[in-house]
Write a protein that binds this ligand. Structure first.
Ligand SMILES: [Mn+2]
Length: 292
């Protein structure tokens, strides 16, 4: 059997690593397109073909030290109830944070984010969250679970963190009412695609706090990332997302990030989505943590 893929095809740095990629092969609560449990390995496999040289900042990612964390038994992990899944992930993130590493979560459906968020929020009570997504995810529960993929932003709110949400373009009436009631920070896709004028306002909302960046790949337009569970038309471009991330990296301390909802297309189809996800992982590491 082939060895499992590493990040960017570089040797796993083990205990010496400064950045841990925490894989969450989990897709139990998704409701439409399935396959996000295959996302982490598809992203890592694609990362072997990503250039380690960042052409924009002139930085070589080969200088970094990375390790990959996987559940002991991926199949069993994939069957855990969502509440237990986030507990396992929280412990994994906490152990890497305790060892002085930054963690980059790889999903997996968006419900995986809560484990990493909770680990970071304990360490940084003033944590701010930037959420790139098509969906508000403000339902308190869905399909009987508070840890459904459609509820992640409700969990942030419940823990006292108002996420700054970018790329939004789909919600329920109840979610829209909550937005109005609470005056939430929404940057609708239709108002920002192709622009950068809103960056200043994003920064104002993050207000100098440590930042966790959570990316649901459906924030991208489906013409850019077709391989995701709930593709919504009218989304962000590659440049929209990397310009925002670059700006955040220049002005904020980013203490963690994740990339979720990659649901690879069957073998033989386009690999554009997994390559983009891998390239995005490389970009986030470059923008946020190139000096580690
Ligand atoms: Mn979404």
């Amino acid at each position: 059997m082939d060895a499992p893929p590493t990040f960017l095809g570089l040797p796993d740095a083990g205990e010496q690593a400064r950045i841990a990629l925490v894989c969450a092969p989990y897709d139990l609560t998704s409701t439409y397109g399935k396959g996000a449990d295959l996302g982490p390995e598809a992203l890592l496999a694609a990362s072997g073909s990503v250039e380690t040289w960042d052409e924009e900042l002139g930085h070589d990612l080969e200088r970094g030290r990375y390790t990959v964390w996987r559940p002991d038994d991926s199949a069993a992990f994939g069957r855990l109830p969502p509440e237990e899944m986030v507990t396992v992930l929280r412990a994994a993130h906490e152990s890497h944070l305790a060892a002085g590493r930054i963690t980059l979560g790889l999903g997996g459906e968006h419900s995986i984010t809560y484990g990493q968020f909770a680990a970071l929020h304990t360490r940084h009570p003033d944590l701010a969250v930037l959420q790139i997504d098509a969906h508000l995810d403000l339902r308190d529960s869905y399909d009987g679970s508070k840890h459904n993929h459609a509820c992640i932003a409700a969990r942030f709110l419940e823990d006292g963190v108002v996420p700054v949400q970018v790329g939004m373009r789909s919600c329920s009436r109840e979610e829209a009412e909550l937005v109005a009631e609470r005056g939430l920070s929404i940057f609708w896709a239709r108002e920002i695609v192709g622009t950068i004028g809103y960056h200043r306002e994003v920064l104002d909302r993050l207000a100098g706090r440590p930042v966790f960046v959570t990316v649901d790949l459906d924030g991208f337009d489906p013409s850019v990332v077709p391989a995701t569970g709930t593709p919504e038309p009218g989304g962000l471009t590659w440049l929209d997302v990397v310009r925002l991330a670059h700006m955040i990296g220049r002005h904020c301390t980013v203490v963690g990030a994740d990339i979720t909802e990659l649901a690879p297309e069957p073998a033989g189809r386009s690999k554009a989505s997994e390559f983009l996800a891998a390239r995005l992982a490389a970009k986030l590491v470059t923008y946020f943590w190139r000096d580690l």
